[in-house]
Write a protein that binds this ligand. Structure first.
Ligand code: MCN
Ligand code: CUN
Length: 800
C-alpha cells in the first residue's frame, strides 16, 4: 500500500501528541480494536439471556404461489417447540403486514400468496436453534404455483402476472415514475448537439453481504410491559419509533440495543420480518427469543442493492464539451417496495447522475417496478443510489471519449465544474457545497504515472496484449438531512449528541448514530478532543442503546460524520462556552477577558492565569460559586439539522491486464485519491477506502444475484455469490486532497461509501479500454472471465 500525502504528515513531527492536534494527522489507533482483535466483541449472537428460546423461519420455496393451506400440527407436537406462528395468527394481532420505509407494506408472514423465493411463511420458536430448524420440516404448506414475473421489462407488459394483488385495485406492477431535471430543456440541447452517444447498461442486483448476518433478540417483560430488543441495526432510534408505531407498544417501554455489529453496509437499515417475529415470539411465549438468519437467508431475503437498467445519453460538442445528460431507468424493487431512502426521493439521490461536470441541462426518469424477487433495493454502501448515478455518468463519459477519440482524462478535465463555481447548483436541483476537482485528478495521474501507463499500453497493444486503464471521477452526496427536505417515515433526518465532562475532566459522548465497524468510538472522541482539549483516550463514546443516547436517525448514507460529527463538534463548543463562564467565576474575572487555547481558558495577556478543562469540570461540580443561570455540571447537548448535504469527491484510476486465453481480468493497480474535506482520522479513512475499493472490484468483476426464469435465486450462498478475497484485489495506492465543507463545523464530509460508489466504473472502464481493440465500447458488470471471453469473440456477453 502506498499513500501520498498532499501536506506534511503528522508522523513527521514526533513531538506532537494526540492531545494537541487530535484531528487530521497521525494514525491514532482505534479504541475499539483491542476488544475486536481479542475476540471480545459483543455481537448479537454472543448475547445469551436466561431462559432464551430460538426462532427459525420457514420460507417460500417458490417465487410466486397461492397459499392453499398451512398445517402446523406436527411441528407443534415437537417436544421442544414452544410456538408456531403463521400469517393467520399475525392477522389477529394486526401484524401480518408491516409498513416499509417506502410507504408500502410488506408481509411479515405470507397469508394470501408468496411473492418471492425465500419469503417468510411461518415462524417456529423452540428450545434451541436445531430443534426450531427441525420443526420447520414438520410444517405442511400447500401451494398453488403461479407464473412468476422476474424480468423487469416483462413486469410492465400489460398481460404480466400481477405481483401485488393484495393492493386494492392493482392491475399492474408499476410502482412509481419519478423525474428530475428539465425534460424540454434537455431535449432542446440534445437536438442541437453535434454529438450524441447512447448506451444501455445494467447495474446488477448485488448484496452487501456483511460478515455478521441480521438477527434480533426480543425480551418482552409482561409485568411492566417493557420490550428490550437487541438488534443488528444501523438506526436504533428510528427502529424504536417504528416498533412503537407498528406493534403499538408505547415508545418509552421499548429499549433498542444495537451491540457490536459485524458490518452493515446498508443491510441493517431496514426492519425485517425476523425482527418483528422475534418480538411476537417473545410476547407469545413469555421468554426472550433469539432469531439469527443464516447466510443463505441473508443473501436471499434481506435488502439487496441496485438492480437498475439504465439508458444513458450524452450530448456534446465535437471538441468535447459535454452539454447535457439524460437517462431513463427501470428500477426493479422486488415484491415489496422496501427501499430505504428519504421519503421524498423514491430513487434516492440518483439526481447526482450529472456527475462532476458543468452541464447545460439534465433530465432523468426512473420507473419503479414490482417483480417476484426479494425486496429491498438501496443499500450497499450506496449513498442512496449515488452508486448507480456515478456508474452511469462515468461509463457514459468513457463512451463519449471513445466516440470522440479523446483521452478520457482530458475529456473529464475539460468538463469539470470549476472551483470558482462552488457552491454549484446542478441541473437537478442540488447544491454541491465545495469542490476543486482538477488537483485531485492530477494527483491521481501523478501517483499512477498516467502518461507512462498509456505508453506501456500502446506498446502492449502493438504486441497484442490486453491492458486497460480506467478512470472514474465521482462526486458523492452524503449526510442526509436537512430535515425540512428529508425524512424517513416522517422522522426528520437530524441527529443528537450529548457531551458530559466528569468532575475529574474525563468525558463521555453519547451518539444517536451506530457504528458497524467504522471506528466511531475513536473518531467521535477525536472530535471532542479537538474541540475541548481532552485527550481522546479520556473520552468514552456511547452508542447503540436508545435508553442511553439522544434521538437521531442513525448511520447510513455516510451521514455520521456530516450530521452527528457536526452535532458533537457543536455540543463540545457549547461545553467550551459554559466552561468559560465557570472559569471566569473561578478566576474572578469577566468571561470576555478570557482566551481559549486547546484545553484551557486563560486571562488575556496573562497566560499563567488560567484553568484547564479538568479544573473547570471539578469547579463546576465542586464548591465554586457558579454564575447566575449556570448549572453545576459541564454538560451539553445538541440536535443538529444539517443545512445541506456534503459532497465529497475523488479520482480513481484502475489498471487491468486481461488474459487472452481465459478472459480473466487481473486488477494490477488501483489508485484512489479521495477528498472528504477535513480528515478526522487518516488511518480510519484509509480503511474505509480500502474496504470500499474491495466492494467495487467485487461488483465489477464477480458479485451478482441472478435468478432463473422460475425465480429461483442463483446467488444464495458464497459458492455462487462471489465476494473478493485478498487474491482478487491489488495493493491499493491512495492519496488525498482536502477541500473542507463550508457548512460543516469542522469542514468534514463523509467518506464511508465513496470508494464503493466510485470504483466500479473505474474497473469497468479499464476492462472496456483493454477490450477496445475488439471494437467494444461497453460491457455490463460483472466482467466475469466467461463474459469477457465472449466479448473477445465478438459475441454479445451472455446474460447474468
Ligand atoms: N471519517 C473521518 N474523516 C472524515 C470522514 C469520516 O475520519 N472526513 C471517519 C468517521 O469518523 C468514521 C468513518 O470515517 O469513523 C466513516 O465515517 P462516515 O463517512 O461519516 O460514515 P458513517 O460513519 O456514517 O458510516 C456509514 C458508512 C456507510 S453508509 C456504509 S454502507 C458503510 C461504511 O460506512 N458500512 C460499513 N463503511 C463501513 N465500514 C465498515 N467497517 N463496516 C460497515 O458496515
Ligand atoms: Cu447505502 S448503504 Mo450505507 O447508506 O448504510
Amino acid at each position: 500500500m502506498t499513500t501520498v500525502e498532499e501536506r506534511p504528515a503528522r508522523e513527521a513531527n514526533p513531538s506532537a501528541t494526540a492531545a494537541d492536534r487530535p484531528i487530521g494527522f497521525g494514525r491514532i489507533q482505534r479504541k475499539e480494536d483491542p476488544r475486536f482483535v481479542r475476540g471480545k466483541g459483543n455481537y448479537l449472537d454472543d448475547i445469551v439471556l436466561p431462559g432464551m428460546l430460538h426462532g427459525a423461519i420457514l420460507r417460500s420455496p417458490m417465487a410466486h404461489g397461492r397459499i392453499v393451506s398451512i398445517d402446523t400440527t406436527e411441528a407443534l407436537a415437537h417436544p421442544k417447540v414452544h410456538a408456531v406462528i403463521t400469517g393467520t395468527d399475525l392477522e389477529g394481532l394486526n401484524l401480518a403486514w408491516a409498513p416499509t420505509l417506502s410507504a408500502d407494506v410488506q408481509a411479515v408472514l405470507a397469508t394470501d400468496k408468496v411473492r418471492f423465493q425465500g419469503q417468510e411463511v411461518a415462524f417456529v420458536v423452540a428450545e434451541d436453534r436445531y430443534s426450531a430448524r427441525d420443526a420447520l420440516e414438520l410444517i405442511d404448506v400447500e401451494y398453488e404455483q403461479l407464473d412468476p414475473v422476474i424480468d423487469v421489462r416483462r413486469a410492465l407488459d400489460p398481460g404480466a402476472p400481477v405481483v401485488r394483488t393484495d393492493l386494492e385495485g392493482r392491475t399492474d406492477n408499476h410502482i412509481f415514475d419519478w423525474e428530475a431535471g428539465d425534460a424540454a430543456e434537455t431535449d432542446a440541447v440534445f437536438a442541437a448537439a453535434d454529438v450524441v452517444v447512447k448506451q444501455e447498461m445494467v447495474y446488477p442486483r448485488v448484496h452487501p453481504a456483511p460478515m455478521e448476518t441480521c438477527g434480533a433478540i426480543a425480551d418482552y417483560e409482561p409485568i411492566d410491559g417493557k420490550l428490550t430488543l437487541y438488534e443488528t441495526t444501523q438506526a436504533p432510534h428510528a427502529h424504536r419509533t417504528l416498533f412503537a408505531m407498528v406493534a403499538g407498544i408505547p415508545e418509552h417501554k421499548i429499549r433498542v440495543i444495537s451491540p457490536d455489529i459485524g458490518g452493515g453496509f446498508g443491510n441493517k437499515v431496514g426492519i425485517y420480518p425476523g425482527y418483528i417475529l422475534a418480538v411476537v415470539g417473545s410476547i407469545v411465549t413469555g421468554k426472550p427469543v433469539k432469531w439469527v438468519e443464516d447466510r443463505s437467508e441473508n443473501l436471499m431475503s434481506t435488502s439487496f442493492a441496485r438492480d437498475y437498467i439504465m439508458t444513458g445519453e450524452v450530448a456534446a460538442t465535437r471538441d468535447g464539451k459535454i452539454l447535457a445528460v439524460r437517462t431513463n431507468v427501470l428500477a426493479d424493487h422486488g415484491a415489496f417496495n422496501a427501499t430505504a431512502q428519504p421519503t421524498k426521493y423514491p430513487a434516492g439521490f440518483f439526481h447526482i447522475f450529472t456527475g462532476s461536470y458543468d452541464l447545460q441541462a439534465a433530465h432523468c426518469k426512473v420507473t419503479g417496478v414490482y417483480t417476484n424477487k426479494a425486496p429491498g433495493g438501496v443499500a450497499y454502501a450506496c449513498s442512496f443510489r449515488v452508486t448507480e448515478a456515478v456508474y452511469l455518468v462515468e461509463r457514459m463519459v468513457d463512451v463519449l471519449a471513445s466516440e470522440l477519440g479523446m483521452d478520457p482524462v482530458e475529456l473529464r478535465l475539460k468538463n469539470f465544474i470549476k472551483p470558482e463555481q462552488f457552491p454549484y447548483a446542478n441541473k437537478t436541483g442540488w447544491e454541491y457545497d465545495s469542490g476543486d476537482y482538477e488537483p485531485t485528478m492530477r494527483l491521481a495521474m501523478q501517483i499512477a504515472g498516467y502518461e507512462d501507463l498509456r505508453r506501456e499500453q500502446a506498446e502492449k497493444r502493438a504486441r497484442g496484449e490486453l491492458m486497460g486503464i480506467g478512470i472514474s471521477f465521482f462526486t458523492e452526496t452524503v449526510g442526509a438531512g436537512p430535515r425540512k427536505h428529508m425524512d424517513i417515515v416522517g422522522l426528520g433526518m437530524a441527529d443528537g449528541a450529548e457531551v458530559r465532562v466528569h468532575p475529574t475532566g474525563k468525558a463521555v459522548v453519547r451518539l444517536s448514530v451506530q457504528s458497524q465497524g467504522q471506528g466511531h468510538e475513536t473518531t467521535f472522541a477525536q472530535i471532542v478532543a479537538e474541540e475541548l482539549g481532552i485527550p481522546p483516550e479520556d473520552i468514552d463514546v456511547v452508542h447503540g442503546d436508545t435508553d442511553n443516547t439522544p434521538f437521531g436517525l442513525g448511520t447510513y448514507g455516510s451521514r455520521s460524520t456530516p450530521v452527528s460529527g457536526a452535532a458533537v463538534a457543536l455540543t463540545s463548543r457549547k461545553v467550551r462556552d459554559k466552561a468559560r463562564l465557570i472559569a471566569a467565576a473561578m478566576l474572578e474575572t469577566r468571561p470576555e477577558d478570557l482566551e481559549w487555547e486547546k484545553g484551557r481558558w486563560f486571562v488575556k495577556g496573562d497566560p499563567g492565569a488560567g484553568k484547564t478543562i479538568a479544573e473547570i469540570a471539578l469547579g463546576a461540580h465542586g464548591t465554586v460559586a457558579l454564575p447566575e443561570g449556570v448549572d453545576g455540571n459541564l454538560d451539553a447537548e445538541v440536535t443538529y439539522d444539517p443545512p445541506n448535504l456534503t459532497f465529497p469527491f475523488g479520482a480513481y484510476i484502475c489498471v487491468v491486464d486481461i488474459d487472452k486465453g481465459t478472459g480473466k481480468v487481473h486488477v494490477r493497480r488501483f489508485v484512489a485519491v479521495d477528498d472528504c474535506g477535513t480528515r478526522i482520522n487518516p488511518m480510519i479513512i484509509e480503511g474505509q477506502i480500502h474496504g470500499g475499493l474491495a466492494d467495487g472490484v467485487g461488483m465489477a468483476l464477480m458479485e451478482f444475484i441472478g435468478f432463473d426464469e422460475d425465480g429461483n435465486c442463483l446467488g444464495g450462498s458464497f459458492m455462487d455469490y462471489l465476494i473478493p478475497t485478498a487474491m482478487e484485489v491489488p495493493d491499493w495506492e491512495t492519496g488525498h486532497t482536502v477541500t473542507p465543507s463550508p457548512h460543516h463545523p469542522i469542514g468534514a464530509k463523509g467518506i464511508g461509501e465513496s470508494a464503493t460508489v466510485g470504483s466500479p466504473p473505474a474497473v469497468v472502464n479499464a476492462v472496456v479500454d483493454a477490450l477496445a481493440p475488439f471494437g467494444l465500447t461497453h460491457m455490463d458488470m460483472p466482467c466475469t472471465p466467461a463474459r469477457v471471453w465472449e466479448a473477445m469473440q465478438g459475441r454479445p456477453t451472455p446474460p447474468i
